[in-house]
Design a protein around this ligand. Structure first.
Ligand SMILES: *Cc1c(COP(=O)(O)O)cnc(C)c1O
Length: 216
């Protein structure tokens, strides 16, 4: 089942777009099946779940943190993940710096953009993103690799299109006028119901949960 879902997605999604399995609530066995089917990035939302499954998954995927990260949990995951996709404040970035430095690790991060400018949601507002990236790019143990956005939750994925587009435009702007020390390689957007729209708007990393593992 998981294998078929991954094969179908891989056949449909353009080769230049990477597929990350969003693995919240999934068992190490389910995640291992996705890896065996060719998924090489696993996204986890919760620190406890990451700790519970990280060493029980077969294969050797990259691990990305994709949930809201509290500063007091940073030290638990810095040694365990390859990328944190949800950096949205200088406070969080400084905590990552503080915990990565003694490990001699440079943590790859994406800047999470609150493309819908929703008050209660995570992410930096688009107009504040460049300033934040300039600050974070100065931290020696963080390496900014691109942008991530969720977009407002909508039933109709077409409703997410303007937000994906605005995030892509910000990504392109940062490519054209780079912030020293910040690379724009990865544009992470799109989930099971919205990845087609996200890919058509330039996403090169999509985060898929139910579309790989079935309903939660
Ligand atoms: C759960 C989750 C996804 C995937 O959601 P699905 O609708 O199950 O594909 C993607 N990104 C984040 C940040 C998530 O928490």
């Amino acid at each position: 089942m998981i294998e078929e879902m991954v094969k179908k997605l891989r056949a449909e999604i353009p080769a230049g777009v990477r597929i990350e399995a969003a693995a919240k609530t999934r068992s190490p066995e389910e995640i291992s099946q996705a890896v065996a089917a060719g998924i090489d990035i696993i996204g986890e939302n919760y620190v406890q779940e990451l700790l519970a499954v990280r060493d029980r998954v077969q294969g050797n995927p990259a691990w990305h943190f994709i949930g809201h990260l509290q500063t007091n949990k940073v030290k638990k995951i810095v040694g365990l993940v390859d990328m944190i996709e949800t950096v949205d404040s200088l406070k969080l970035a400084k905590e990552i710096e503080k915990r990565a430095e003694p490990l001699g690790k440079v943590m790859k991060v994406l800047i999470e953009v609150n493309s819908g400018r929703e008050e209660q949601k995570a992410g930096v507002f688009p107009e504040a993103a460049v300033g934040l990236i300039e600050e974070i790019a100065r931290l020696p143990h963080l390496s900014v690799r691109g942008l991530m956005t969720m977009g407002p939750l909508a039933g109709d994925p077409e409703e997410a299109r303007p937000y994906f587009r605005a995030t892509r435009e910000l990504f392109e702007k940062l490519k054209a006028s780079p912030v020293p020390g910040a690379e724009m390689e990865i544009l992470s957007m799109g989930m099971t119901n919205s990845y087609r729209v996200a890919v058509s708007e330039g996403a090169n990393l999509v985060r898929i949960g139910t579309g790989i593992f079935g309903t939660r």
